[in-house]
Design a protein around this ligand. Structure first.
Ligand code: NDP
Length: 369
């Protein structure tokens, strides 16, 4: 594709804006009306405690069902998103930009609020717009942070399924495509099934909602993650059976480490006496878990997630670096995020954190980093 036509395809049409708005409205509406498990969150940095309606999986499954019915009845084309990927990407980017700007302006207006919800300003308006000024802004009763995270993760699957339909239509359907689709689908469904565990994620607990997070959810989680799927749509890859088995093993190791580590931390936060790998947990200073995955490395969960991202890209073979954009960016992202989290934990837990670092010297990859 030439640069001129790429730029042209990036200009959003009114129909792509309409599709985007219908999608957002559906997710918001379904989150309210579908049955949900209501879970209390952790006590936040600002002392507040929120409750979360966890029904992301049901919201996704019902959306896929509705889209399936709609395409069977010829009301909607299954390749709707695949046909306008770049437009949808720019729509998402512009929307993230606008929401971050509105949140910044709303934050400025409520600057004088005398409560724990008082916005936080650094004084540098670009930084405040980018990082956000409010921890948990709400709109019409919707917790925007939780909502955008869900919207981004669900969009990943909707985009992938549309690419799947397109690949069948244009004849690029392959084993690579099947593996990529399955890996992403299982990962996102597992993510939404364990939605309550998000309540102790750093984003939810600590980060304010600005362009960084909104773009992270609506552009990164929804589109950058789908690059291997887009690539497979236009490039047929013939995976050998041993290669497919090796990729499945990497994926499984990733899933087990990712889910296992995040679940262990969540269980520990809920019940510090809960057994870890069948044994009483090793706890440092009564607050930090030092057994299970949290005894192997201080962020084994990043390693699990990284292996997942790698397995998605490996389904595309090695003929181009393009499908590897996501795992390459993730290395930079996780290394810097781990450093920021480390600094925060060192300040929060003081000597307990120093002791934990002695007991568990590895940051992300045991015996390596
Ligand atoms: P963590 O889930 O590792 O959360 C870090 C927090 O957990 C710390 O700030 C601390 O918070 C607490 N903590 C750290 N160590 C311990 C311990 N030993 N015992 C008890 N509590 C501990 O990080 P993230 O929220 O960054 O990541 C969560 C998941 O999300 C990861 O699996 C990550 O891979 C994934 N993720 C994926 C992204 C992607 O683009 N693919 C982007 C971002 C995240 P506290 O003060 O509450 O104790």
């Amino acid at each position: 594709m030439e640069l001129g036509s790429v730029l042209h395809a990036l200009i959003p049409s009114w129909s792509s804006v309409g599709i985007y708005m219908i999608y957002l409205t559906y997710v918001a509406f379904a989150s309210f009306i579908l049955p949900a498990k209501v879970v209390p969150g952790m006590i936040m940095q600002d002392g507040s405690r929120l409750h979360y309606r966890c029904n992301g999986l049901l919201t996704l499954v019902s959306l896929i069902g509705l889209l399936g019915i709609g395409s069977k009845m010829d009301l909607i084309s299954p390749t709707l998103i695949a046909d306008r990927g770049l437009e949808m990407l720019s729509t998402s980017f512009i929307f993230s930009f606008l929401v971050a700007s509105v949140l910044y302006i709303v934050g400025c207006r409520s600057r004088s609020q005398a409560s724990s919800k008082k916005p936080h300003f650094t004084g540098n308006f670009i930084l405040d717009w980018y990082l956000g000024v409010q921890l948990n802004p709400h709109f019409l009763g919707i917790n925007l942070k939780f909502f955008f995270l869900r919207v981004g993760m669900m969009a990943w699957i909707i985009i992938n399924l549309s690419n799947l339909a397109k690949s069948v239509q244009i004849g690029t359907f392959s084993l690579s495509m099947i593996l990529n689709q399955l890996f992403c689908l299982i990962h996102v469904m597992d993510f939404l099934y364990h939605e309550e565990q998000l309540t102790c994620f750093w984003d939810i607990m600590v980060e304010r909602l600005g362009f960084m997070l909104i773009g992270g959810y609506l552009v990164w989680a929804a589109f950058i993650t789908t690059i291997p799927g887009w690539w497979l749509l236009y490039n047929k890859v013939d995976l050998s059976t041993p290669a497919a088995i090796a990729i499945c093993i990497i994926y499984l190791v990733g899933v087990i480490g990712y889910r296992g580590s995040n679940s262990q931390k969540y269980q520990f936060k809920m019940n510090p006496k809960a057994l870890i790998w069948g044994k009483p947990p090793r706890v440092i200073g009564g607050k930090l878990l030092a057994s299970g995955y949290w005894g192997l490395a201080r962020h084994y969960n990043y390693l699990g997630d990284y292996l997942l991202s790698l397995s998605f890209s490996l389904t595309c073979g090695f003929s181009s670096p393009v499908p590897y954009i996501y795992p390459i960016c993730l290395i930079v992202f996780f290394v810097s995020r781990e450093k920021r989290d480390e600094a925060r934990c060192a300040e929060k837990y003081k000597e307990i954190w120093a002791e934990y670092c002695k007991v568990v010297p590895w940051r992300i990859v045991p015996y390596l980093y």
